[in-house]
Design a binder for this molecule. Structure first.
Ligand SMILES: C[S@@+](CC[C@H](N)C(=O)[O-])C[C@H]1O[C@@H](n2cnc3c(N)ncnc32)[C@H](O)[C@@H]1O
Length: 304
């Protein structure tokens, strides 16, 4: 999960590659294929397409979308974390080999031959909060981000939507958390953990007070006001259930630890109750009897 550090006026979060790797397959299973298809279909016919993935981390969102869009594509993957950008070459290489695509990677560039298409991926180190102007200068035919908008402040989102309104390009926000968390079976302290975790998510971050679980509603309203047609689909994680059970054990363990840690930070007086919750959850996990639904949504916006 995110690691915290001090930042001027707020909390700076870093997202370790291990955590992003852990969640990639759950993200992929949760995403809305229909909205991805509509995003792809709304692109202009010209090729190569110029696409931007904001706050791209290890590149998982781009990997999910590349095969859904036909023809040559040039992707620019933006993130402020240079370690994550540097890891992308290996992440794309492992992925392309599994898919059977020839790939060359080096010097911040990846070239994948998905014949007859050619996919070019470049990284751009950029702090989207401090240097929004660089994004304003970029040329793109479509723009996307995954698991990002809960981190931003309302004022930043307004600036971003104003940029979209000017460019009138398709936009896909995948996997934005909407605050729902449903543990199975229930535990008496689930509500305590959920409240403390939500308070933790809304703290002042680099961008200012973060939108947290309000992000989907605020984003959709702003996009509609700016003249976009929007469509939303649930992209919930359903962890520990059905045939994903064994696969989700490590992700569930990380979520239990991360939520307990965040709750202790937000409500130190409740540390004993939080310890009890964590122990109980880990015991059920060891018995493979734990399930968790984490509410997310995908949001597509198309110029009307
Ligand atoms: C939850 S991760 C999501 C990564 C990726 N989109 C994915 O789906 O795996 C959030 C990402 O936002 C990036 N990020 C946070 N604040 C940022 C900022 N101010 N500028 C650029 N990137 C930022 C982090 O470095 C991290 O890679």
């Amino acid at each position: 999960m995110a690691r915290r550090g001090a930042a001027a006026g707020g909390v700076s979060e870093r997202f370790p590659l291990d955590w992003l790797r852990l969640r990639e397959s759950a993200d992929l299973a949760a995403r809305s294929p229909a909205l991805a298809r509509s995003f792809a279909a709304a692109m202009p016919a010209t090729r190569p397409l110029r696409l931007i993935d904001l706050a791209a981390g290890g590149g998982a969102n781009t990997r999910a979308l590349l095969p859904r869009i036909w023809g040559d594509q040039h992707w620019c993957l933006i993130d402020r974390d240079r370690d994550l950008l540097a890891a992308q070459g290996e992440e794309f290489t492992l992925w392309a080999r599994r898919q059977g695509y020839p790939i060359t990677a080096g010097g911040g560039r990846v070239l994948i031959e998905a014949r007859p298409a050619c996919w070019q991926i470049e990284t751009m180190p950029l702090d989207l909060d401090c240097d929004f102007a660089t994004l304003v200068e970029a040329e793109f035919d479509g723009i996307t981000a995954a698991s990002f908008f809960d981190l931003v402040a309302p004022e930043w989102l307004e600036r971003f939507v104003a940029l979209l309104a000017e460019r009138r390009v398709p936009f896909l926000a995948a996997l934005t958390v909407d605050g729902r968390r449903d543990w199975q079976p229930r535990h008496d302290e689930d509500a305590l953990i959920a409240d403390a975790f939500a308070a933790h998510q809304r703290r002042v971050k680099d961008f200012g007070p973060a939108l947290g679980a309000n992000a989907p509603d605020v984003m959709e309203a702003l996009l509609q006001q700016a003249g976009f047609r929007t469509e939303r689909a649930a992209s919930d994680w359903r962890l520990g259930m059905g045939d994903r059970g064994a696969r989700d054990q490590a992700l569930l363990a990380a979520l239990i630890a991360g939520e307990a840690e965040a709750a202790r930070e937000a409500s130190p007086a409740a540390a004993d109750r939080i310890d009890g919750w964590e122990k109980g959850r880990l015991a059920l996990l060891a018995e493979r009897r734990l399930g968790l639904t984490v509410g997310h949504c995908d949001l597509l916006a198309l110029p009307a």
